[in-house]
Design a binder for this molecule. Structure first.
Ligand code: AMP
Length: 281
């Protein structure tokens, strides 16, 4: 495993790899779990060289205490990565200065309104922060393919837009959400939940599955019912909404010519969790 903490050291190695080999890139914020490893394994399968970045990007946090409390577990992250590949390149920028020059402003991407819906509405500035950091990583790592999880489905849609405007030769790969046995989507934030909170969190997936299976017949009724049920169990709901998976526009009735997904953001024990499930046609 090679570990780089500076942009200069990383880019000098990339310069030698790039003309000869394909590079698969997996950006992460660390506190790695088997959901992240699924992305890394897909990258290893399809590329000659794999770069994993570990960096908690302050620009994408609209809540400073959430940023400060974000779990940092570099030693165990490196151990976990070693179990899947001995020759993975890990890039952990020592500070934001490795990514952003003093004159860096923001990256312009036309997102056709996607950025203002769902997560965008509830976390102002979040997606601009994601775009800025991912743009800088893509520029430094120069990947052939980059891997993102469907768990952050709206983020994936935004990254596809960034790719089409700024990185035309790059391929973006979306990877299905990894879940625990209870159905709970794996997330670094789950480590902050108590045992009771973890058990409760599994109810979210039950609700999303119920909505997915019954939306065609019951439409908004099943969504309202599940919001009520989860609220009564102790969840605080930011949103549970059915939306078109391409435009992220919220819909209120089923149409069989539209690809639909149910999206959720909820709080348990003050921890914000997100998830989404495809609506069955
Ligand atoms: P994060 O470290 O949370 O920023 O996540 C890094 C990447 O891993 C993102 O592309 C996430 O969508 C992806 N990811 C996180 N959790 C999961 C999961 N449970 N299943 C699949 N991908 C995931």
């Amino acid at each position: 495993m090679q570990l780089f903490k500076s942009a200069r050291a990383l880019t000098s190695v990339i310069k030698n790899i790039k003309p000869l080999k394909t590079i698969g890139f997996v950006p992460t914020m660390g506190c790695l779990h088997s959901g992240h490893l699924k992305l890394v394994k897909a990258a290893m399968h399809e590329n000659d060289v794999v770069v994993v970045s570990i960096f908690v990007n302050k620009r994408q946090f609209n809540n400073s205490s959430d940023f400060e409390k974000y779990p940092k577990t570099l030693e165990s992250d490196l151990e976990l990565l070693k179990t899947v590949g001995a020759d993975i390149i890990v890039y952990t920028p020592e500070s934001a200065d490795e990514l952003f020059s003093p004159t860096f402003n923001t990256i312009d991407v036309n997102l056709h309104g996607i950025e203002s819906r769902l997560e965008g509405e509830h976390r102002p500035g979040h997606f601009q922060g994601v775009i800025d950091v991912v743009h800088q990583f893509f520029t430094q790592v120069q990947p052939t393919r980059a891997y993102f999880g469907e768990k952050d489905f709206q983020q994936l849609a935004i990254i596809r837009q960034l790719q089409s405007e700024h990185f035309p030769t790059l391929e973006i790969k979306g990877i299905e959400t990894s879940r625990s046995q209870s159905g709970l989507a794996l997330s670094s934030r789950n480590t902050r939940l108590s045992e009771q909170g973890l058990t409760l969190a599994a109810e979210l997936y039950k609700s999303l599955t119920l909505i997915s299976e019954n939306y065609k017949e019951l439409q908004q009724t099943i969504v309202t019912q599940e919001i009520k049920r989860l609220s009564a169990l102790g969840f605080t709901i930011d949103y549970i909404s059915v939306a078109n998976e391409n435009t992220l526009k919220v819909v209120i009735e089923y149409r069989n010519d539209e690809p639909l997904r149910v999206f959720a953001a909820v709080f348990i024990e003050d921890i914000r969790l997100i998830d989404n499930v495809l609506i069955k046609a």
